[in-house]
Every structure is written in structure tokens, then in C-alpha cells.
Design a protein around this ligand. Structure first.
Ligand code: ZN
Length: 519
């Protein structure tokens, strides 16, 4: 246990001023896939999600409903938790920025930054967007409106504590240069670098115009700026007994609207507080829903609960990972989801599982094993990202990938070349490729690779007419391949993968229930 490699993944913490929707869910699904993948590798994983509960926007939303802010966030954070449960999001902690341990840590950190000379009291006048909980300068605005919320900003003037962000320009540019993996994908990194090069002003980190926030240490008139408060959730979650080893985070996932806060403020705050920096901040795009921008006007249609009821958690998880590259904007199209559910999950995977289990129930299988050797160059190409799945499947494995020895009855070693021997060596290369793709956040490609192999298995059954040959060894190879497919798919579609695993691990296999009913 002590030697296990640790892995720490976080999601953005959501602002619970409205019900969760599929856009929130998308990021949590990806984080869950990443967490499950690292668990599969035997790593000691910590997966954090939660809600960001302070700020003016929450205070205003709660007043509209005649509730206290605390009552308001208690109810809504529960809805987020319920949705993640329905989607099988298997997090380790759901942090709320109103949690007592977090509030205390934020105050301690502010004192630390103050001691380091990075915080001073001044006066701020600026253009404020309550939607973003952030000040803008004239040049950031589009027609006088917030570039994200497209609504008028307010002119605010208040006494404020400032963080000396202007002192961190060189530190940040050095960081981005020395650690290109700090901001991914690289297009986002380039955007941030050019903005940081334009110069950084000091950042207002306290508010006096409302009181729903963490009290600023040493000055009761002020509450801590919500972003200073929120960003430290990632750190405070690791400050409980036994959790310290997880800091710093290996990957923070966040939407593109949060990139400036995470790529610029966050490393500067951490540096000032004397804390280690995370390895990677991964910025992803936004989802649309059936071609429309996700917004309240879409109502219940975008609720994870409703969607899980319609399609099941695994189909939704599969679809958002498969349909668009992670990082880009994407469209959650229900028509496209149904098509992938039917064509890929039901017809390809479901069919393979049902055919092989039916044949194995009828004929049984004969267990046998043989050593697999794969020419080193193929594994090397995969590790370096130089090979495509098509190339693997078009290799002639009998001649080029593997040589396997098997002892005959006389104890002599002999080379065997028989077609079903192709399955496992090919699968070994497929596993390597999937690993490369998942670890480079290419979830769509990883699923494509797995399904190319599933196609191969289906073709193999068809071409060899396994149902006529009653070949028990070929059935054994197929069974083992399907178990491996289930293992590779388990981070993406955990419920179905678990069903397959149970069914195919049994000594006497039975043709189970249909895995995916067609829609
Ligand atoms: Zn805004």
C-alpha cells in the first residue's frame, strides 16, 4: 500500500445557484473516467468534486427564494450529489466551500500570503460582473457587457484587500515555459501566455458590499473574494489526516470560462503561500444540447436525472467520451447518442457478448495458455504515439507481431500458427494504445480503438463460422478477449463492464440478459 503511486484529480466545483445540467455532468464524467483508469492501474487515487457556495450571486439567488444562503446551498448541493450518484461518479470527497475545515484553511493561507508581503489594503473601483464574481477592465468588455454573460457590468467602488499579482508575471511566464504541461491543451496555453505578457494588475481579493463569504482574517468588514476562497478547495481537501500525500493535484479539469483563474491566479496564490503547484490544468470546451446553447430555458431536458432515466448512465458516459475530442466544444445531440447506443453499444459490444456467451454455454470452452512475445518495435511505436489502431489491426500477427512456443505431448517446443492466436497479441497492442490515448486525454480515440478490436472479434466469429466449428479453444480466446475488453471499458461504462466481468468469469458460462436494449 505504502508504495502505491498517488494520483489526484479534481473537477471545477460548481456554483449551486441553479439545478445541475448535462454541461456540469460532462466534466464530472471525464474526471471519473480518469480516476477509474488510474485505479485500474493500481494507483492510490483521490478524486475531488464539490460546490462553490459563497459570493454575491448565491446571496441574491437565495434572497429571491426567501431563503438564507445556507438553506439555499444545502438544498442545491444535495441535487448535485444526487446527479453524480446516478451517473456513477465515484468521487472520494464532495467538498463544499462552506465546510468548516476549508474556511479555516483559507484564512490561514491569507495570513501566510500577508506575511509574505503579497497582501495590502487599498481601494477598488471597477466594472463588476456578478455572474463571474469578477471585475473587468473596459477592454475586456464586449459592447459594455461581460464577455461570458453578455450582460451589463456594474460600476463598484469599495475598500479592498489586494493581492500583488503584478509581482508574479515573470514567475508565471517562467512556469509556462519550463512546464509546458502545466496548461493543456496547448492552444489554451498560448492564449494565456499572450495575455500574461500584456501585464498583470494587482487583484482585489476581498469584498465589503455583501457578507456571504469567509470572514477576512483581521477585518470583520470584509469577506474573502469568492475565487480566492474557491480555488483553495483543491488544497484544503488534502489537509485532513492521511490525505496530505495527495497534494499537489496531478490534474485539474475545468471549463474554458475558468481558465484565467486557474492558470494565472491559482499558481500565483500557491507560490505566495509557499505551496507546491499542480502538474496540469486541463481546459475543456463547452457543451451544447441538441445544437442549442445550454441555458435555463431548456428546462428539465438538460437535467442529468432526466437524461439518465431516458438513456441510462453508461450510454451517456460512453457518448460524451466518444462523440467529441476532450478539450473541444461539443454537442450533446440526443439523436447522435441514440445512434451510438444502437450501433456501437447494442450492435457491436452487445452482440459480441451475447454470441460468445451463447456459444460457450452450448459448447463450453477449453482453457489453454501460451506465451506471447511481441516485437519490441511495435510497443515502442505505441508508447511514442506513432501508431494508429488501423495499423495494428492490419498487421499480420502470425508473422510479424508474435512468436509463441508451446510444448507438444513429447515435451518438444513447437511454433504454432493458428488464426485464433491472433487475438491476444493484437489485444496486447490494443491495450498499450488505449493506455497511451487515455493518458493523453484522447478519450474518443481510446474508445474508437477498443471498438475497432470489438469489430475484429465479430468479424473473426463470422469468418471462422465458430458456431459450426464448435472450436472450444477459439471460444476460450474470445472469452479472454471479452474480459480484457470489459476491463478496458470499465472506466467508461462501469455498470455494463461489471456485468460482463461477472458473466465471463463464471466457470460455466450462461447467455445472460441483453446488455443494451436498443432505443
Ligand atoms: Zn460574467
Amino acid at each position: 500500500m505504502a508504495n502505491k503511486k498517488k494520483f489526484y484529480v479534481t473537477t471545477a466545483i460548481d456554483y449551486p445557484n441553479a439545478e445541475p445540467h448535462i454541461g456540469h455532468a460532462y466534466q464530472k464524467i471525464i474526471a471519473d473516467v480518469i480516476a477509474r483508469w488510474h485505479k485500474l492501474k493500481g494507483e492510490d487515487v483521490f478524486f475531488l468534486t464539490g460546490t462553490d457556495e459563497h459570493g454575491k450571486k448565491i446571496q441574491e439567488a437565495s434572497e429571491k427564494q426567501g431563503k438564507t444562503p445556507k438553506e439555499f446551498v444545502d438544498e442545491l448541493s444535495k441535487r448535485f450529489k444526487e446527479s453524480w450518484k446516478l451517473l456513477n461518479i465515484d468521487y472520494n470527497r464532495f467538498i463544499r466551500t462552506t465546510d468548516k475545515d476549508h474556511e479555516k484553511i483559507v484564512q490561514d493561507i491569507i495570513k501566510k500570503c500577508e506575511e509574505n508581503g503579497d497582501i495590502y489594503l487599498g481601494e477598488y473601483e471597477g466594472l463588476y460582473c456578478t455572474g463571474c464574481e469578477a471585475y473587468y477592465t473596459e477592454k475586456d468588455l464586449i459592447d459594455g457587457c461581460c464577455p461570458i454573460h453578455k450582460r451589463k457590468v456594474e460600476k463598484l467602488k469599495e475598500e479592498s484587500y489586494f493581492f500583488r499579482l503584478s509581482n508574479y508575471q515573470k514567475f508565471l511566464l517562467d512556469l509556462f515555459k519550463k512546464h509546458p504541461e502545466f496548461i493543456l491543451p496547448k492552444e489554451r496555453r498560448n492564449e494565456i501566455i499572450s495575455r500574461v505578457k500584456e501585464g498583470l494588475s494587482d487583484l482585489s481579493i476581498s469584498r465589503t458590499s455583501f457578507d456571504w463569504g469567509i470572514p477576512f482574517p483581521g477585518n470583520k468588514k470584509h469577506v474573502v473574494y469568492v475565487w480566492f476562497d474557491a480555488l483553495f478547495n483543491y488544497y484544503s481537501a488534502t489537509q485532513q489526516k492521511g490525505k496530505e500525500k495527495y497534494w499537489p493535484a496531478d490534474i485539474h479539469l475545468l471549463g474554458k470560462d475558468n481558465s484565467w483563474f486557474h492558470c494565472v491566479y491559482w499558481p500565483a496564490f500557491l507560490k505566495s503561500a509557499g505551496l507546491k503547484l499542480p502538474k496540469t490544468v486541463f481546459v475543456h470546451g463547452f457543451l451544447q444540447f441538441n445544437g442549442q446553447k445550454i441555458s435555463k430555458s431548456l428546462g428539465n431536458a438538460i437535467s442529468p436525472k432526466i437524461l439518465v432515466g431516458k438513456y441510462g448512465a453508461d450510454s451517456i458516459r460512453y457518448f460524451v467520451c466518444r462523440q467529441f475530442p476532450f478539450g473541444d466544444d461539443g454537442d450533446f445531440s440526443e439523436a447522435a447518442l441514440i445512434q451510438r447506443h444502437n450501433d456501437e453499444l447494442a450492435n457491436k459490444l452487445g452482440n459480441l457478448v451475447s454470441r460468445v456467451s451463447a456459444l460457450a454455454e452450448k459448447y463450453g470452452f477449453e482453457e489453454f495458455n501460451y506465451p506471447i512475445t511481441i516485437e519490441k518495435k511495435w510497443e515502442k511505436y505505441i508508447r511514442e504515439g506513432k501508431i494508429e489502431v488501423k495499423k495494428i489491426l492490419s498487421l499480420n500477427p502470425d508473422k510479424t507481431i508474435h512468436v509463441f512456443n508451446r510444448k507438444n505431448e513429447q515435451g518438444e517446443e513447437s511454433l504454432l500458427f493458428d488464426s485464433y492466436f491472433q487475438l491476444r497479441p493484437t489485444l496486447r497492442l490494443i491495450c498499450n494504445l488505449v493506455e497511451y490515448q487515455v493518458e493523453h486525454s484522447q478519450f474518443d480515440k481510446a474508445l474508437n480503438t477498443i471498438f475497432a478490436f470489438i469489430d475484429n472479434c465479430n468479424n473473426f466469429i463470422q469468418n471462422k463460422k465458430i458456431w459450426e466449428s464448435e472450436d472450444k479453444r477459439a471460444l476460450y480466446e474470445l472469452k479472454e478477449s471479452i474480459l480484457e475488453i470489459a476491463r478496458l471499458l470499465s472506466p467508461f461504462i462501469p455498470e455494463s463492464a461489471e456485468k460482463i466481468k461477472k458473466q465471463f468469469s463464471a466457470k460455466k458460462m450462461k447467455k445472460g440478459d441483453i446488455l443494451f436494449e436498443k432505443i
